[in-house]
Design a binder for this molecule. Structure first.
Ligand code: ADP
Length: 164
């Protein structure tokens, strides 16, 4: 599996599947979740999410991408940062692993991730980049290309540093 880092808006990525940093209700929200819901089409994606019965922290579930360039959206729920002593790193690693498993289930070979948990969920960006890159490097999957999508230059630098 090749791991790339890039700067940009994940809703524009022409990959087989993009990952959404969702909430447990899969109800849509702000940040990347809101952008993905707008790009996919709010009504259709909302209906698809409503059939899934929510999603636990560290787990992932797929819907179609509807109006997005990506064929699939893999919704995952990252941990809320509570200081690091509450299993946050293991839960965040689980998000990356479960997204790859779900990508394998739907047959996605290319996948783009946002920086899960680093927005309103407050996970420190350097530590989240550590977990993302280390977990992806260890994973066994049929996914061929993973793109780590940074939404700001500082996050891109964190990824590039760890991919060296
Ligand atoms: P969380 O609740 O998991 O913290 P957020 O959506 O608040 O999720 O933030 C996760 C990350 O997604 C943040 O680093 C934020 O900068 C980034 N982000 C927000 N919008 C986009 C987008 N359109 N494309 C890629 N990344 C985005």
């Amino acid at each position: 599996m090749r791991i790339e880092a890039a700067l940009g808006d994940i809703t524009l990525e022409a990959v087989d599947a993009i990952v959404n940093a969702a909430n447990p209700a899969l109800a849509g929200g702000g940040g990347v979740d809101g952008a993905i819901h707008r790009g996919a089409g709010e009504a259709e994606l909302h209906r698809a999410c409503a059939t899934l019965g929510g999603c636990q922290t560290g787990d992932a579930k797929a819907t179609p991408g509807f109006d997005l360039p990506a064929r699939w959206i893999i919704h995952t729920v990252g941990p809320i940062w509570r200081g690091g002593g509450f299993g946050e790193a293991e839960l965040l690693a689980s998000c990356y692993r479960r997204c790859l498993e779900v990508a394998d289930e739907v047959g996605a070979r290319s996948l783009a991730f946002p920086a899960i948990s680093t927005g309103v969920y407050g996970y420190p960006r350097p530590r989240a980049a550590d977990v993302a890159v280390a977990t992806l490097k260890e994973a066994e999957t049929n996914v061929e290309v993973v793109r780590l999508l940074a939404f700001d230059a500082a996050t891109l630098d964190l990824y590039l540093d760890r991919l060296d």
